[in-house]
Design a protein around this ligand. Structure first.
Ligand code: 6A9
Length: 719
C-alpha cells in the first residue's frame, strides 16, 4: 500500500510457513514460488479490495478499506485472515510480517510493548502528514477472543525498497521456541538483529519497521492506518466497524459490476461472474505508481543516457513477471478500465503522454525506479528512441473521446499530434502511404526470422532479410486508426481535421491497400520485403578452444533460396489487420477469404480462439533460436482475439454480403475464447499471457491480467 507519489512510504505484508526453511519467506509476486493461485477477487481501484492467496495448505485472505477524511486522504485498514486448507494442518505455525518502510523521505517512530511487540508506528511524510499505524492483537478467525502468539520486531535500514526481502531474510534466526501454555513446543524462525547485507555498499535509503506475529491457524490480524489530520473519527476502523465497511463496499462493488458489464443479465453463472470480477480486479489491483528514469539509446549519443526522472501511474501486464508499464499493452488495458472508471483511465493516459520526449517519442517499456529495475535482465533495460510500439492508446482514446471533458482533450491534443507526427516521420515506409517498423534484429544469421519487437508481435514472421524496402501492414493499419481518432479529436476541439481525414481516407482506400499489401499467392494481405521462402536452422557444433570442452552446438540459419523483394508468405494475425481494425468496407471482396482463413482449422481456427500463425504456414510453431521457443507463432493471444471479436461484431451487424458469416463466426469465437479462459482459470487458478492452440492450456507468464482481462468486455459484448 502506498500513495501515488514519488518516494512514498510503503506498507506491506510478508509471510512464512514455519515448517519451511527461511527460503519460504514470501513477499513479492514470484512465479517461482509456485502458489496455487493468488489475486484480487474484488477491487474497485480506489477504496476497497479483497485478495486470496493459496500457498501450500495456507489460505490467506487480505482485505482493505479506505475511509476518506482530513487533508491527507484519510484512514485505511487491512484485515488478514489465515486458515489451513486442503493438505494444510490446523496446527501449522505461520508468521505474518507487517512492515512500514520509507523510500528516501519521511520519518518513522517505533512503539514497542513488552520488549518484542511492535504495537504501533507513528510517522510523517510529505504527502501523508502525520500518521499512526497500529498492529492489533490477533483474534480467532471470526474476530472473537484472542489467540496465543509470539511477537518479534525489526528496526533496520535498507539500501532501498528493492532489498527489503533480503534485509528480512538475512535477519531471521532459528533460536526461538513457540511454547503456548500446555501446547506442544516448536522451534521457529523470527527476525533477530540485522547485521547488514553481505556485500552491500549502497547507502541506506529505507527505514524499515517490521512487526512479526507468529501463531497457529486459523487466525485474523488487523492493521489500521490513521491520518493525523482526521479530526472527527468515531472509533477505529477495526473489528465489527471494519466488517460493516467491508460488507458495504462489497455490495456496492457487486452492484457497480452488474451495472457496468451486465453479466448476470446475460445469463452468466455465479462462478463465471466471479471469474470476470477477478479479471477486472486484478487489472485494477495490479496498478502501480512508478518513479524513476528510463535509460535511452538515441542516435545523438554513443552510449545510453538516463532520461529525466518521471512518474507513471499505470496498469501492468503481469504482477509477477512484468510488473511495469508497457506502451501498447496499456492501450488494451484502458479499453477495459475506461468502462469501469473513465476518470481513472484518463489520468493513466495523461501520465503516458507526459512521458513523451521532445521528438514525440514514448518509450515502449517503462522501467522506472529500483524495484522495477530489479525485475529486468540487463539486456532489456535500454530503450531505443528510434523504436516504436503500436499506438494503441488511440484505441482507448476512441472510447473516451465522447465523454472526455474538453479542457482535458485540449491539453492532450498537442501531445497526440506530436506522437502522430513522430510515427509519420520516423516510421515511414519506402513508398507513399506505407510504413515500416524500425529496430528489427540486426544480426539475421542468429535467428530463423529476425524479430520485430517494435510491433509487439515479437517473433511473428516478417521479411527474412530486414531492409529499408519493407512495408509493414499492421503499422499501416494502426496509422489509419490513429488518423481517424486524431480527426475526431480535432473536430471536437474545432481544430483543423482535414489533414487527418485525408490520411485516414488514403490509408483505408481499398485500391491502394490491395496494391501495396494483397498477396495473391497467399490469398491474404501481407507484409512486403526482401524475403526468402526457404530458411531453416541448422545445428552447428561449436569449435572448442584448446584445452577446453567443446561448447554446446548452436543453431545457425541456413538460407536455401535467395531472398528477393516479394510478399511475405505468412498467414496470421498481421494478414487480418485490415479486418481487425475495420478498414475494409462491409462489401469488400476481401472479407470472404479472410473470414475463410479465420474459420479454417488448417489455418487460424482452434477450439480456444484464433491462433497467431496459420497451422500451414512455414514458420508455424518454429523456434527462433536454441533459446527462443515460438511465441507469436501459433499461440492464442487475447488482445488480438478481442480485436477480431470487436470487428466481427461490427461486420455482423452491418448490411453486406458477409453479414451472416461474420455474425456466425462472432458467436463461435466468443464462445470458444470465453469458455477456454474460464476453464483454464478454474483449473489452474490464473489468467495467462497466451494459450496453447492445441490444448488451450495457459502459457507464458501468470498471473497475466493485462490484456487477457479483456475477456470481461467479450463476456459483456462491450466493444
Ligand atoms: C523480459 C524477463 C523476470 C511480450 O506484455 C508485455 C510484452 C508485450 O508488450 C509484447 O507484445 N510482452 C509481448 O510480445 C512481455 C515482454 C517482456 C520483456 C522483458 C524480461 C523478465 O524476467
Amino acid at each position: 500500500m502506498k500513495t501515488r507519489s514519488p518516494r512514498a512510504v510503503v506498507t506491506g505484508l510478508m509471510w512464512l510457513q514455519q515448517r519451511e526453511a527461511g527460503g519460504g519467506l514470501r513477499h513479492t509476486c514470484e512465479q517461482g514460488d509456485g502458489l496455487a493461485s493468488y489475486g484480487w477477487l474484488r477491487h474497485d481501484g480506489d477504496n476497497f479490495g479483497v485478495q486470496e492467496l493459496r500457498d501450500r495448505g495456507l489460505l490467506l485472505r487480505t482485505e482493505f478499506v479506505k475511509r476518506h477524511g482530513g487533508e491527507h486522504g484519510g484512514d485505511w485498514s487491512w484485515r488478514v485472515t489465515a486458515r489451513p486448507e486442503g493438505a494444510g494442518s490446523p496446527a501449522s505455525l505461520v508468521s505474518l510480517f507487517f512492515y512500514v518502510a520509507t523510500d528516501g523521505q519521511g520519518t518513522l517512530q517505533p512503539h514497542v510493548e513488552d520488549r518484542t511487540r511492535l504495537a504501533a508506528v507513528s510517522g510523517t511524510s510529505e504527502e501523508l502528514g502525520d500518521f499512526r499505524i497500529t498492529f492489533l492483537r490477533p483474534t480467532s478467525e471470526s474476530g472473537e477472543g484472542s489467540t496465543y502468539s509470539s511477537y518479534h520486531y525489526l528496526d533496520a535500514w535498507s539500501p532501498g525498497l528493492h532489498r527489503l526481502t533480503d534485509v528480512v531474510r538475512s535477519s531471521l534466526s532459528d533460536r526461538f521456541v513457540f511454547s503456548p501454555p500446555g501446547g506442544p513446543r516448536q522451534r521457529f524462525l523470527a527476525v533477530d538483529t540485522f547485521r547488514g547485507l553481505p556485500g552491500a555498499a549502497e547507502a541506506p535509503r529505507s527505514h524499515l519497521l517490521l512487526h512479526q506475529v507468529t501463531l497457529r491457524l486459523p487466525a485474523r490480524v488487523e492493521v489500521t492506518f490513521e491520518s493525523g489530520s482526521v479530526r472527527d473519527r468515531r472509533g477505529p476502523l477495526a473489528g465489527p466497524a471494519l466488517t460493516a465497511e467491508l460488507a458495504r463496499h462489497e455490495a456496492a462493488f457487486e452492484r457497480r459490476f452488474e451495472e457496468t458489464f451486465g453479466l448476470e443479465r446475460k445469463g452468466f453463472a455465479p462462478a463465471q461472474r466471479r471469474f470476470a470480477q477477478a479479471a477486472l480486479s486484478n487489472m485494477l489491483g495490479g496498478m502501480g505508481y512508478f518513479h524513476g528514469h528510463s535509460l535511452v539509446q538515441s542516435p545523438l549519443h554513443e552510449h545510453p543516457v538516463p532520461f529525466p526522472e518521471t512518474s507513471l501511474f499505470t496498469a501492468v501486464p503481469s504482477r509477477s513477471f512484468f510488473p511495469r508499464g508497457f506502451l501498447w499493452d496499456e492501450g488494451f488495458h484502458q479499453l477495459l478500465l475506461a468502462r469501469w472508471d473513465p476518470e481513472l483511465s484518463r489520468e493513466v493516459i495523461a501520465h503516458w503522454f507526459d512521458l513523451m520526449n521532445a521528438e514525440g517519442w514514448i518509450p515502449r517499456e517503462q522501467i522506472l525506479g529500483e524495484e522495477a529495475l530489479a525485475k529486468v535482465p540487463p539486456e532489456f533495460v535500454v530503450q531505443h528512441s528510434e523504436t516504436a510500439n503500436p499506438p494503441t492508446l488511440f484505441l482507448a482514446l476512441q472510447r473516451l473521446l465522447g465523454t472526455a471533458p474538453l479542457p482535458y482533450l485540449r491539453r492532450l491534443f498537442p501531445r497526440l499530434r506530436a506522437w502522430y507526427e513522430w510515427y509519420n516521420s520516423t516510421q515511414a515506409g519506402p513508398l507513399p502511404y506505407t510504413f515500416r517498423w524500425r529496430g528489427r534484429d540486426t544480426d539475421p544469421e542468429r535467428f530463423l526470422n529476425p524479430k520485430t519487437l517494435a510491433s509487439g508481435l515479437d517473433d511473428y514472421p516478417r521479411a527474412s532479410h530486414p531492409s529499408a524496402d519493407e512495408r509493414h501492414l499492421d503499422l499501416r493499419c494502426w496509422m489509419a486508426l490513429a488518423s481517424q481518432v486524431l480527426a475526431e479529436a480535432a473536430e471536437r476541439l474545432g481544430e483543423p481535421a482535414e489533414p487527418y481525414r485525408h490520411m485516414q481516407r488514403a490509408l483505408s482506400d481499398s485500391e491502394l491497400l490491395e496494391r501495396l499489401h494483397w498477396a495473391e499467392e497467399l490469398g491474404a494481405f501481407a507484409d512486403y520485403g526482401n524475403h526468402s521462402r526457404a530458411v531453416g536452422l541448422r545445428r552447428e557444433a561449436g569449435r572448442a578452444a584448446p584445452g577446453r570442452p567443446p561448447p554446446a552446438p548452436r543453431l545457425v540459419r541456413v538460407v536455401r533460396e535467395a531472398p528477393r523483394p516479394r510478399f511475405v508468405g505468412a498467414l496470421g494475425y498481421v494478414s487480418l489487420f485490415p479486418l481487425l481494425l475495420q478498414l475494409l468496407p462491409p462489401d469488400s471482396p476481401r472479407l470472404a477469404p479472410l473470414l475463410g482463413a479465420m474459420r479454417s482449422e488448417k489455418q487460424l481456427w482452434t477450439p480456444f480462439g484464433l491462433r497467431s500463425l496459420a497451422r500451414d504456414s512455414p514458420l508455424y510453431m518454429q523456434r527462433n533460436t536454441e533459446h527462443d521457443p515460438p511465441y507469436w507463432r501459433g499461440s492464442v493471444w487475447v488482445n488480438i482475439n478481442f480485436l477480431a471479436l470487436r470487428a466481427l461484431h461490427a461486420y455482423g451487424s452491418l448490411p453486406g454480403p458477409h453479414r451472416e458469416q461474420a455474425a456466425e463466426l462472432y458467436r463461435e469465437l466468443r464462445h470458444n475464447l470465453v469458455a477456454n479462459l474460464y476453464r483454464q482459470y478454474a483449473e489452474s487458478g490464473y489468467l495467462w499471457e497466451h494459450y496453447s492452440d492445441s490444448s488451450g492450456a495457459g502459457q507464458g507468464s501468470h498471473p497475466f491480467t493485462g490484456w487477457s482481462a479483456l475477456v470481461v468486455l467479450v463476456m459483456a459484448e462491450d466493444y
